[in-house]
Design a protein around this ligand. Structure first.
Ligand code: G4F
Length: 350
């Protein structure tokens, strides 16, 4: 990587290209004839960063640049060098849980980096269209269910506070300077490329390994009652692209409109594996027992609870459905089956 590919077609810059969404979006844009450049943050090894691009067959088809987006001058050079028609700003500190441990770093990654990009677009590249990866997590302890583009934000984590700042900044640049800046308020979206720090990938990996006899200890989880609106990342990146092709800029919720609890996600994964589970007990004493072996395979560990939890998130994506003709194609049971199949391959079991 490091060289530019293709000499025609629109130019897209994806910050955070090695993330789950970065890899799916790069694939979509390449299929549409874009020339794609992606940023990587400094530090880390290529081995643990490039695996998603490799899994998607994209290594060598995109240009990558290492850049610290919290450095305003570096951001200016980046946009001058690559002159993108469209910027998809996906790079962020994305783990809600760990944002409680590194709040200042989270704020810099999520809010300051976004402001740097907007400011360079305003001063030097005002025709560039800008997508900001906002999130349902901003709703926090939401005053209404389902949540829309008009629902008030009550953030409940340093991650969400930083995302609210970046979201509002993006809106401000649209209003104050007339720039084409949009916020995609995406509800949880998963895939076989999801990292194991998130609950869906952790559950799938844990139960696949458990069934194969690769784990002795039960899997410990945090809040089993938390409810999320889970969709497939491949569907959600289509929505990102559509937002930048619209006639005018606006903010859009992308969501399935249905919620499931973390406990439900465990049960769906067990179903996909033909494992029969029995839930027993309550609160921190709740467990899931594998009926065939009689062994406990899931427990609750309060150390995994967050200082402030978001109970239920459910999105209403009517605006995106009506104006962008966006609909999710993959439902949660299908997504779980996809994640289980990929995990079996990863574990050398299929
Ligand atoms: O998978 P999670 O860590 O995702 P979370 O916090 O909802 O955030 C994800 O989705 C957001 C919305 O799109 C993004 F903005 C964000 O960047 C990220 O992609 O946790 C989901 C739920 C939480 O309620 C959590 O408390 O699962 C609960 N949970 C229960 N046990 C757990 C665990 N979460 C994790 N990560 N690990 C557990 O063991």
């Amino acid at each position: 990587m490091g060289e530019k590919f293709g000499t025609s077609g629109p130019r897209a810059l994806i910050t955070g290209i090695t993330s789950q969404d970065g890899a799916y979006l790069a694939s979509l844009l390449l299929d549409k004839g874009y020339r794609v450049t992606g940023t990587l943050r400094p530090g880390g090894t290529m081995l643990n960063r490039a695996w998603r691009l490799e899994t998607m067959g994209l290594a060598g088809r995109v240009t990558t640049v290492t850049v610290d987006l919290t450095d305003a001058r570096a951001v200016s050079w980046l946009l001058d060098d690559h002159a993108p028609d469209e910027v998809y700003h996906l790079s962020a500190h994305s783990s809600v849980h760990s944002s409680f441990h590194i709040p200042a770093e989270t704020f810099a990654s999520n809010a300051v980096a976004t402001t740097n990009l907007l400011e360079v677009i305003r001063t030097r590249h005002p025709r560039t269209r800008f997508y900001h990866a906002s999130t349902s997590e901003m709703f926090g302890e939401a005053p209404e269910v389902p949540q829309t583009e008009k629902t008030l934000f009550r953030p409940r984590s340093p991650y969400a506070v930083a995302k609210v700042a970046a979201h509002q900044m993006t809106t401000l640049y649209r209003i104050a300077y007339g720039l084409f800046c949009v916020n995609g308020i995406l509800f949880n979206h998963e895939s076989p490329l999801r990292g194991p720090e998130f609950v869906t990938a952790k559950i799938v990996r844990g139960l696949v390994r458990w069934q194969a006899g690769l784990e002795d200890a039960p899997m410990a989880l945090g809040r089993l009652d938390a409810r999320r609106d889970w969709g497939f990342a491949g569907d959600y990146v289509r929505g990102m692209w559509s937002m930048l092709q619209a006639e005018g800029p606006d903010d859009y919720v992308l969501a399935s409109g249905r919620t499931w609890s973390v406990r439900d996600f465990v049960s769906l994964t067990a179903n996909a594996l033909d494992m029969r589970l029995l839930w027993q007990g309550e609160g921190v004493g709740e467990v899931a027992i594998e009926l065939d072996s009689g062994r406990t395979c899931v427990t609750v560990d309060p150390a995994l609870f967050r200082p402030a939890e978001v109970g239920e998130l459910r999105g209403d994506s009517s605006r995106a459905r009506e104006r962008l003709d966006w609909t999710p194609r993959v439902d949660l049971p299908e997504l779980v089956a996809m994640m289980v199949a990929a995990e079996k391959v990863r574990q050398g079991l299929a």
